[in-house]
Design a binder for this molecule. Structure first.
Ligand code: HEM
Length: 525
């Protein structure tokens, strides 16, 4: 009886809090200045336009909206709340440079912090500034120069594995899922380079690493937007209800924390040992960061694993896909790469290869692994604009008014492929464009390469140099050794967003994300 009453009153309280939250969202809807901005109609009472957006191949829906409604528009998110979408560079620059005023929304922080704890990707304000200050030097050019050796050693290991794995028993090239191999390679790299830890995930004879397995479960791509987990993100009182997703996250989190603690213990032991010079990024952070608590350092382990692993592996996979679609680019790249004698060039030698640089830039432009991100206004504000827009009432607006709590979608991919910025061939893969990139793109407020790929401002990607040299080391090693052709028609490859844009095969619904090339050893004439 008492239990029943308790259950009843808990449920009533949960429902009460839920209704209050929904009420607040409805009030926001009718009072926010975003209500006057034009855009597509909602297509679902619960998810707004989100279902269609995340199912649209390569996020083309964003580009279609911009085409139809102009540079500044509004669409609908969860519970049909308005989201601002703008490709206006001045407005985006304002949002990214004022990172205290435009933070990640609470539901996003909640879901990230479930996996990452209080890592640098999640924390805000003074805590973020402190963590970045301590970590930035570990990602500087000097540190990445030292890590080039690790990137190349793992690339060579992958090359040697593919030499046999990509052939059938008769010695003919067989369809190989290069995404899975890239994922193993980048996990091994982040383990070694990040915290001197050997995952051995390239070594398939060893039982699959438990951390790797935890990851796979966590990121096993499901393209559907599910109701209860979404409701839990937006209505905190519902987070008490257990879900399968929640169970998976707790399992993955426990695995990462356990391994993280071991790593931290080893790192501390290594710090005490003046002979041990081989330190990873996390050891360097804990060395430098006397001001970071063990908890803070621990939180960086899953942060680097999540942020630095799948992003780089999908980027390199898309680079190889692009090369299969442009055999002339593949051949020209190979010729440049073979101009170096050594299998193990230095970072400076890799950086000095202009065509490799063009291929990497073009991949990160056309196939940006993180296609969008999201922010919420922490106060009422005015966004300055380069291009005025006409609102729903036919009034021309020279700035965008936002109110505290308004959500803003940052369209990374749409900016990187905007015809207004890059010209009519913006969507095509053309490494040559980097010989003289257009003036109009130089105002893109990104930290690297006039691209939004790594975002910009104080919250830009900390690992972009790390990633660039890792991608270059991989392409250098693999394209010298192999010729890549696609094993399925190119139109059968689609992109779907989970945390990153992953490749799927349209004609194989239900199968995991994959990229299936034929890989044939290249023999110099
Ligand atoms: C091609 C590869 C990569 C891409 C496209 C990429 C992209 C991004 C983007 C877009 C953000 C901003 C997310 C947001 O605030 O909404 C970000 C943040 C971050 N990235 Fe990367 N990243 C890549 C590789 C890496 C690597 C290799 C590492 C680490 C080794 C890394 C570590 C981080 C961290 C720690 C943050 C959070 C920074 C902060 O909030 O201060 N990333 N990345």
């Amino acid at each position: 009886m008492i239990l029943q009453k308790l259950l009843l009153s808990t449920t009533a309280t949960l429902i009460g809090f839920g209704l209050l939250k929904i009420g607040k969202l409805i009030v926001r809807q009718v009072t926010s200045p975003l209500r006057n901005i034009d855009g597509p109609k909602s297509t679902n009472w619960l998810f707004g336009n989100l279902g269609k957006l995340f199912k649209s191949d390569d996020m083309v829906l964003v580009e279609e909206w911009v085409q139809e409604y102009g540079q500044t528009l509004k669409f609908y998110g969860f519970l049909n709340t308005a989201r601002l979408l703008t490709v206006d560079l001045r407005a985006l620059n304002h949002i990214l440079t004022h990172s205290m005023d435009y933070q990640k929304p609470e539901p996003v922080k909640y879901s990230l912090s479930q996996i990452l704890g209080k890592g640098v990707l999640v924390v805000e304000g003074a805590q973020h500034r402190q963590q970045r200050r301590i970590m930035n030097p570990a990602f500087g050019p000097g540190q990445i120069r030292d890590l080039t050796e690790v990137f190349l050693a793992k690339s060579i290991k992958l090359r040697d594995i593919l030499m046999s794995e990509s052939k059938d028993e008769k010695g003919n090239p067989k369809r190989t899922d290069i995404l899975a191999w890239m994922s193993r390679m980048t996990l091994d790299v982040i383990g070694l380079a990040g915290f001197n830890y050997e995952f051995n995930s390239l070594d398939t004879s060893v039982k699959k690493n438990e951390l790797n397995e935890a990851f796979e479960t966590l990121f096993s791509a499901s393209t559907s937007v599910k109701a209860l987990p979404m409701l839990q993100l937006w209505i905190p009182s519902l987070r008490a209800i257990p879900t399968e997703r929640g169970r998976q996250i707790t399992f993955a989190q426990n695995t990462m924390r356990r391994i993280g603690r071991d790593l931290l213990r080893d790192a501390k032991a290594a710090i005490m040992d003046p002979q041990d010079q081989k330190k990873g990024v996390v050891e360097k952070i804990s060395l430098r960061g006397r001001k970071l608590s063990d908890e803070d350092v621990l939180a960086q382990v899953p942060t680097f694993l999540v942020a630095g692993h799948e992003t780089t592996s999908t980027a390199t996979t898309w680079a190889l896909f692009a090369l299969t679609q442009h055999p002339e680019v593949q051949a020209k790249l190979r010729e440049e790469l073979l101009s170096l004698e050594s299998d193990t060039p230095s970072m400076d030698e890799l950086s000095a290869l202009p065509y490799l640089d063009g291929v990497v830039r073009e991949t990160l432009r056309v196939h940006s692994p993180v296609p969008s991100t999201i922010r919420v206004a922490m106060k009422d504000d005015i966004l300055p604009l380069d291009t005025p827009f006409t609102d729903k009432n036919g009034q021309v607006q020279t700035e965008i008014k936002v109110s505290k709590g308004d959500t803003i979608f940052i369209p990374i991919l749409a900016v990187n492929r905007s015809e207004a910025l890059w010209g009519p061939d913006a969507k095509e893969f053309k490494p040559e464009r980097w010989e003289a990139s257009p003036e109009s793109a130089s105002n893109i407020p990104g930290i690297w390469g006039h691209l939004l790929t790594f975002l910009g401002g104080p919250r830009a990607c900390i690992g972009y140099r790390f990633s660039l040299i890792e991608i270059k080391a991989l392409l250098f090693t693999l394209v010298r050794a192999f010729e890549f052709t696609l094993a399925v028609p190119a139109g059968d490859i689609i992109k779907s967003v989970e945390a990153v844009q992953r490749p799927f095969i349209r004609s194989e619904p239900g199968s995991n994300s994959q990229m299936p090339p034929f890989i044939k050893p290249y023999h110099r004439a």
